[in-house]
Write a protein that binds this ligand. Structure first.
Ligand code: DGI
Ligand code: FE
Ligand code: FE
Length: 197
């Protein structure tokens, strides 16, 4: 608990306070995933000349709101001026976009770059900053991930961050189409930018 993940928290809360709140908001497996994403984000930041502590913090909190109840999400979408179309989606999409509300409220993090990276971490977007890409890719390749193609994804992403984004989007689209899932328009727009040769 005392291990410092990030020097600056971009919040009035200390690093330990953020870690405690994060831990209380999810199960052990998800918490370990967030630690994995944090460490991977730090590594990708170093490779791509980005602030390592900031990337580690963004990676750590990216799934903070993953377990917020569906009814609470629906309430927040209606009351906090989120795009009403979000009501047609589910927690897979909400926990990034609407998750930013809970991160601001509970963790008191207001840095726009960090919030945007969380916002985009599931769907990606046509435009992505370095931090957006780092969190998006770290989520996919952290050491706890185990699926066919993950080794190739790691190789591609560590070699070139943009290619890592493209690989991940193509993989996600394949998975969604195979399961006949609805594609979020931003995911499709991102695929057209980052995956198409
Ligand atoms: O929160 P994690 O499990 O760590 O990972 P994530 O936030 O990248 O993805 C959560 C889920 O979101 C995953 O099962 C795939 C799904 N997803 C991503 N893009 C789309 C999507 N689901 C739908 N229906 N449409 C999308 O465009
Ligand atoms: Fe997520
Ligand atoms: Fe995640």
């Amino acid at each position: 608990m005392t291990k410092l993940f990030f020097k600056e928290t971009y919040s009035p809360l200390t690093s330990d306070e953020i870690i405690t709140k994060e831990k209380a908001n999810m199960d052990k497996k998800r918490f370990e995933h967030c630690i994995g994403v944090s460490k991977t984000a730090r590594k990708l930041a170093k490779l791509n000349g980005y602030d390592e502590d900031k990337a580690a913090l963004a990676g750590f909190i990216h799934d903070y709101a993953k377990r917020v109840p569906v009814e609470e999400y629906r309430k927040v979408i209606k009351e906090q001026d989120f795009d009403p179309d979000l009501l047609n989606w589910n927690r897979a999409i909400w926990h990034g976009i609407v998750g930013t509300y809970f991160i601001k409220r509970d963790l008191e993090i207001t840095d726009p770059e960090i919030l945007q990276a969380v916002w985009r971490h599931t769907t990606a977007d046509a435009e992505m900053t370095t931090l957006d890409k780092i969190v998006f890719v770290a989520d996919f390749i952290e050491p706890g991930r185990d699926f066919p193609g993950v080794d190739e994804a790691r190789k591609v992403a560590y070699n070139n961050l943009d290619d890592g984004v493209g690989y991940e989007l193509a993989h996600t689209l394949e998975f969604l189409v195979k399961n006949r899932n609805k594609i979020y328009p931003r995911t499709l727009a991102a695929y057209n930018v980052w995956s198409v040769k």
